[in-house]
Design a protein around this ligand. Structure first.
Ligand SMILES: Cc1cc2nc3c(=O)[nH]c(=O)nc-3n(C[C@H](O)[C@H](O)[C@H](O)COP(=O)(O)OP(=O)(O)OC[C@H]3O[C@@H](n4cnc5c(N)ncnc54)[C@H](O)[C@@H]3O)c2cc1C
Length: 509
């Protein structure tokens, strides 16, 4: 094993929303930053805009398999490229609601309060919106949190079919709002007339972690990027108080890299897996795990795809994904409690339907699926997943990841789906088909290395610093103490900016 000679002030592992945003904020400080990324640049190709290649052939997915709670192998929709999962994201950049930072009571349990309030994160939300060049319109979202926005332009325009849908929804008494989107829609459509949700970005206007945060950071000479560098484990110092080095494999060579400060941003499953795989004599439960919470409290979201079909109404939308509904976010019917968010999916086609949505339609011939897709409006119905210590990531002695996701809060999700169906029926869509997303789509993974005020119940302090090893930060979806019921990327980015500010002050960067 080699030890690298080069001196760095900071090593950052991973270029997803967490890692890239943090590097972007620290790059101008002049600190010598080494960024380690196991993936490579996602090259453009005709397949990047081909639904068959993406959804049916799954050409962009890694070959990696995880085990589920029953020990069965499955292929997770987890992506390893520069920019991480955001290369495929729907670019919806919603803030958590102010109430999400306080304890919230659901039919099946309580979502705990954060160690700090919404007010603390609000200025960083604004900076994150500006960094990701979010387009949005205020004043429509029924539970939009307070504070200035960093939006760079008005919301992406509804296509004619979606503008009509908005009017129909308003007529039946709900308040649809424009989704804030990190997207240059003109550039995206110039490359090809396709949706962007779950489509890879190859530099055509989706403001993902690579495009918005990493690329500008790399214009600074003090930032070095190593791709194809898979971090295997971290090593603690003899007294256990610090992380001394990062062990990587690159081009079949294993080497150790040292730096005074380490930031792990490998994503909620992989950051936990790396720390667990770093177990040693002194720390048999893995590093940063004196709380025994490492890898636990894995959350995703409870999500269902809902196809609202009107056989006499053609949906001509290309991208579709411009509307959301938050009317039931904080309160369903009397006594129901908070239910969650409803938002449009990217426009599906017959190929996407055949590939997975919904199962009961797979016997249908292609022309029938195409017809269905042309007459459906496609929704993503999303509810909070609650922290549960038994919902966890573990790693065996061969490095095999096991994700035992325990579902929680399903009664709120069922109520939300019922509500969504009622609304769509009233708005003129008599045929409703739904299909739940399962363990194969850990798209909104979070919670496995959570922040908290008490080292006995959380591995990280409120600035994402490990209580056990003070030169280690974990900055990605894993820090989230709750999953809320909105997409996570903007909250991860805002906290990354907050942590970067903290590092600048405490480490003299
Ligand atoms: C299809 C899809 C649609 C989505 N849509 C939205 C949306 O509209 N809005 C939203 O807010 N969120 C969305 N998300 C979720 C969002 O993309 C993620 O929450 C976010 O990207 C997570 O960022 P992260 O930094 O936590 O981790 P990741 O994006 O997982 O980044 C981790 C990085 O670390 C690298 N890495 C992993 N292991 C190692 C290792 N051992 N060594 C070195 N490098 C490593 C990875 O390659 C990756 O680059 C979507 C996700 C998917 C998959």
């Amino acid at each position: 094993m080699k030890n690298t000679e080069q001196a760095y002030d900071l090593v950052v592992v991973g270029t997803g929303i967490g890692g890239a945003t943090l590097v972007n904020a620290l790059a101008p400080s002049g600190a010598r930053i080494l960024v380690l990324e196991r993936g490579e640049n996602l090259q453009d190709s005709p397949q990047a805009r081909d639904s068959k290649a993406i959804f049916a052939e799954q050409r962009f997915k890694s070959a990696e398999q995880w085990r589920d709670g029953n020990g069965q192998l499955f292929s997770p929709g987890n992506y390893y490229y520069l920019g991480g999962n955001s290369k495929f994201y729907g670019a919806v950049m919603l803030r958590y609601r102010e109430q999400d930072f306080t304890a919230m009571t659901f039919a099946d349990g309580v979502s705990p309060a954060w160690p700090f309030s919404y007010r603390e994160l609000a200025p960083f939300y604004q900076r994150a919106e500006a960094l990701y060049q979010v387009r949005g319109t205020t004043g429509q979202d029924s539970c939009d949190p307070s504070g200035e926005r960093g939006y760079v332009a008005e919301a992406v325009t509804d296509e004619p079919s979606i503008a009509q849908l908005r009017q129909r929804l308003e007529k039946v008494g709900v308040r649809p709002f424009s989704l804030p989107l990190a997207l240059d829609i003109e550039r995206w459509l110039d490359r090809a007339q396709t949706p962007w949700d779950a489509y890879p970005d190859t530099g055509s206007g989706k403001m993902d972690a690579q495009a918005a945060a990493l690329q500008p950071a790399l214009t600074h000479d003090n930032v070095t990027l190593l791709t194809g560098a898979k971090v295997l484990r971290l090593h603690a110092s003899g007294d256990g108080k610090k992380i001394e080095s990062v062990e990587i494999r690159r081009n079949a060579v294993v080497q150790k890299i040292s730096a005074p400060l380490i930031v792990l941003s490998a994503g909620a499953v992989n950051s936990a897996a790396i720390l667990l795989a770093s177990r040693c004599k002194k720390f048999p439960g893995g590093l940063a795990n004196s709380s025994d919470q490492l890898g636990r409290n894995f959350m995703n979201h409870n999500c269902t795809a809902l196809l609202a079909i009107n056989p006499f109404k053609r949906n001509t939308a290309v991208y579709q994904k411009t509307l959301g509904i938050n009317d039931f976010y904080l309160q369903g019917d009397a006594g129901e409690g908070p239910l969650g968010n409803i938002q449009l999916l990217g426009k599906i086609d017959g190929v996407i339907l055949k590939a997975g949505l919904p199962k009961l339609l797979r016997w249908m011939p292609r022309f029938a699926l195409d017809w269905l897709a042309r007459h459906s409006v496609d929704w993503y119905v999303m509810s909070e997943d609650l922290a549960d210590a038994q919902s966890r990531v573990t790693v065996d002695e061969n490095g095999q990841i096991k994700l035992d996701w325990q579902r929680t809060n399903m009664s709120a999700h069922k109520s939300l789906l019922k509500k969504a169906k009622q609304v769509m029926r009233a708005a003129g869509y008599p045929i409703l088909l739904s299909q739940a997303f399962d363990r194969r789509t850990p798209s909104h993974q979070c919670g496995t290395v959570r922040i908290g005020n008490d080292p006995a119940s959380a591995p990280l302090d409120p600035y994402c610093r490990s209580y056990d090893h003070r030169n280690l930060f974990v900055v990605d979806g894993s820090f989230l103490p709750t999953s809320a019921a909105v997409n996570p990327a903007l909250t991860i980015a805002a906290q990354a900016l907050r942590v970067a500010e903290h590092i600048k002050i405490t480490e003299n960067f």
